[in-house]
Design a protein around this ligand. Sequence first.
Ligand code: SAH
Length: 222
Amino acid sequence: MIDVQFQGIGMTSRRTRDRLVTRLREQGISNEKVLAALRDTPRHIFIDEALSHRAYEDSSLPIGFNQTISQPYIVARMTELLLEDGPRENVLEIGTGSGYQTAILAQLVGQVFSVERIRNLQEKARKRLQQLKLRNVMFRHTDGGMGWPDKGPFDGIMVTAAPEQVPEELLAQLAIGGVMVIPVGDGGHQVLQRIRRLSEDEYQTETLDPVRFVPLLPGTVR
Ligand code: SAH
């Protein structure tokens, strides 16, 4: 549960966020837990003040370093896809960014392991999650293409930057019965994929919506 101090003031008002949830419903999001998490999470604290008046629009917005906070619809859609097979206990998130998707996940799964290659973004995200008193999250500054082997296998993997191909390391760290949601493709043409690991060496891939994410890049930035 998100702390009440963030509820009921100005643009964070319950009514503004209820409107966002109504729009998400109209666009086909139906998981009530996901909708409740988006309703209860103050998105404006994940955005620089100069843009925070746009926090409850359903659009992606710049967060610096050429990166963006994902559009609420896409956060809701990916979270719904991740949870469709049932509750998740330990989820790896690649691309913490602002930490908004991380905050949504933290309210819906057992434990979140979130990795980010840009140190500055990671530090800010960590503070925001602390502010919201979401404590079931561990952060790591690393190249997420390698996953987080010590903490795996994961029953959920959520990737919020697009590789041209699904990294082998991430497939290897997906538990049997686990689900990965990942945008795949180059800048011009990406699709959202859901990959289920059915057995030791059997994976099932569904190709879903066309999407636009920033690319998954190698290496780290201080
Ligand atoms: N879900 C985030 C989306 C941020 S954009 C949000 O809503 O705020 C994608 C993020 O992925 C960026 O912060 C980018 O720095 C990060 N990223 C890109 N390649 C990465 C990699 N190899 N490892 C970890 N993070 C990566």
